[in-house]
Design a protein around this ligand. Sequence first.
Ligand SMILES: *Cc1c(COP(=O)(O)O)cnc(C)c1O
Length: 355
Amino acid sequence: MRIDGEERLTFCSNDYLGLAADPRLAEAMCAATRHYGVGAGAAHLINGHFLAHQRLEDDLADWLGVDRTRLFSTGYMANLGVVGALVGRGDTVIADRLNHASLVDAVRLSGARLSRYRHNDLDDLEARLSRAKGERLILTDGVFSMDGDVAPLVDLATLAERYDAWLVVDEAHAFGVLGCEGRGSLDAAGVVAGDRVLRVGTLGKAFGTAGAFVAGAAEPLEVILQRARTYLFTTAQPPAIAEASRAALSIVREEDWRRQRLRARIAAFREAIVSLDGLVLMPSNTPIQPLETGTASRAVAMAERLASLGLLVPAIRPPTVPMGGSRLRVTFSAAHEAEDLDRLVSGLRECTILD
Ligand SMILES: *Cc1c(COP(=O)(O)O)cnc(C)c1O
């Protein structure tokens, strides 16, 4: 990136596969813009649903092997819409404490009771599930956005089945990155998603475009169509974005070398950091690789030091993370070269020497 005229090597994007600037996506978007024009003009259920949207929904369903998918304009809105369509007053959502803000807001807006369990703690979850009232919904990130670790999805799916609960997994940081053909964290865990399992994905991260979708069985997807307020009462995303996303999907499926390259960068980074005193890795094998700094001031000082070396790594502090949990949040992309990683590691080494 160039910021105020100065080159910066960034380690803070969610463009995990390096697709956001891919010319094939740009070409698909330009061609579709010439064909459809720019705006969708209305909500999906009025007259904003174009052939491009339908094709993208069908392609996504084919990729994941589900009955149906439904597009939303952003991931934030997809989460609000999906949770609000499935539960309401008198129901209970049992949610991981470290879930993304959009999932927290989704429950608040739905009117359901919010019961938050300790991060990835199955005993706490089951205790809450067994006393929950009304319809039950287990809500979790697949990959946690600030920690990079993965939810215990096999156990979550088992518990959801035992207690006849919905399981909604936010795959924002997992689609495109984990699993066969990038089919996400549930696929990577080997979970065969039943009719009560729904997956939400965003297109603005590994797909390099914008928008989001929910995937699942025909019946809940019909309920979402009828009831999700963030689907009904907002303008559909531009059809050209849907066409760019279709181009992205075929690359996500076919170009496995991008995931291999990403995994190689992650492994090399972790190996390099282990040998540096004073830097603490968190247990993550995903492109989100936070380094614990303890205090917020240490996180800021290190981020400033890295910035002076031309490296952009964000310092994440409360309230985004809990008190005492400040960190540098490094994220990797298949677009990073091996030399980029070397520059980051030597920058971090300099930070520890100055500590
Ligand atoms: C980014 C993100 C979202 C929101 O997606 P947008 O398409 O950017 O609105 C939702 N959930 C998680 C876990 C995210 O990281």
